[in-house]
Design a protein around this ligand. Structure first.
Ligand SMILES: N[C@@H](CCC(=O)N[C@@H](CS)C(=O)NCC(=O)O)C(=O)O
Length: 283
């Protein structure tokens, strides 16, 4: 049982102190959601095995009154199982499955391209003693030197934005992925943007991106957990002529996905449109 309401949290940060890993960010939020204070063990990429007493080469790791738990998902499940009386992170098992689906999509559409766009900053913001390890390990991971990965990134940023439309569509209809209040699905998805803000030397999203509201509310949670010094702005990308529309200006998803059928009045506009008896597409 957490002593003095504190859980030891092994962080993974840049020299700025900003947490750099989406997995670690999600865990930070999970601990706060459960109402714990964090006893932070700071550090970067090298020395993880030493810091965790030989228990892990990867972070996050937590230690709850002597009990070590490794892996972000296992930590979230541990917290729900051990502290069922505190706010739930995952709850129904389907939340885990659906969140993993969402996250896999988000990593493919956003994390992958942005990791390449920000590869140089990801290295340069590391602690000096981490730079050689990150340079060599990420060359093996990504297959190219960082300076080569970022070539042409000005063409990549505008292409990523329309790909996020599915997330925008859902968050137009719901305050949080968790519904009225955030849950672990929000933290897993927000972690992508928190990670990006830890390494973005140029904003990857436009000022008026509809995701901004959810992202801002997420960064503000728990006393501004995502607002620590060293985080970079995400919004401010200037589009060039010929770049794709960054987000849908009207309804973004097939109406049937987001509209509730409450009888003919609710589907009248759509029916008029698809039967050719109306001019306009339904709002
Ligand atoms: N499945 C693990 C993945 C953890 C992981 O890969 N963490 C990375 C940070 S993104 C790490 O610790 N990397 C250390 C390294 O690259 O040496 C989890 O969900 O916690």
């Amino acid at each position: 049982m957490a002593k003095d309401n504190k859980i030891t949290f092994f962080d993974l940060t840049h020299e700025s102190g900003c947490t750099t890993s989406p997995f670690v960010w999600a865990t930070k939020y999970a601990l706060k959601h459960k109402g714990f204070d964090l006893d932070v063990v700071p550090g970067g990429f090298t020395g993880i095995l030493d810091r965790t007493g030989g228990r892990s080469e990867r972070l996050p790791v937590i230690c709850d009154d002597g009990e070590y738990v490794l892996d972000s998902w296992l930590i979230a499940e541990y917290l729900d199982a051990k502290y069922p009386d505190r706010p739930t992170l995952i709850g129904d098992p389907s939340v885990k499955v659906l969140t993993q689906f969402l996250e896999t999509w988000l990593w493919k559409t956003v994390v992958g391209p942005w990791a390449r766009c920000f590869a140089v900053q990801y290295r340069d913001r590391c602690f000096p003693h981490d730079i050689q390890y990150i340079t060599e390990s990420r060359l093996r991971m990504w297959g190219k030197p960082m300076e080569e990965l970022i070539v042409g990134r000005e063409d990549v940023f505008p292409k990523v934005l329309p790909e996020m439309e599915l997330l925008r569509g859902i968050l137009r209809e719901h305050k949080w992925l968790g519904g009225e209040t955030p849950n672990y699905a929000d933290y897993r998805a927000l972690a992508v943007f928190l990670w990006a803000a830890s390494i973005a030397d140029t904003p990857p999203m436009t000022e008026d991106d509809p995701l901004r509201d959810w992202i801002d509310r997420g960064f503000d949670l728990y006393g501004g957990l995502g607002r620590i010094p060293g985080m970079s702005p995400l919004f401010g990308l200037k589009l060039r002529e010929g770049d794709p529309e960054p987000f849908a200006k009207g309804p973004s998803l097939v109406a049937g996905l987001v509209k509730r059928n409450t009888g003919p009045a609710s589907t009248a506009a759509e029916t008029a449109h698809i039967t050719g008896k109306g001019e306009k597409a339904p709002a």
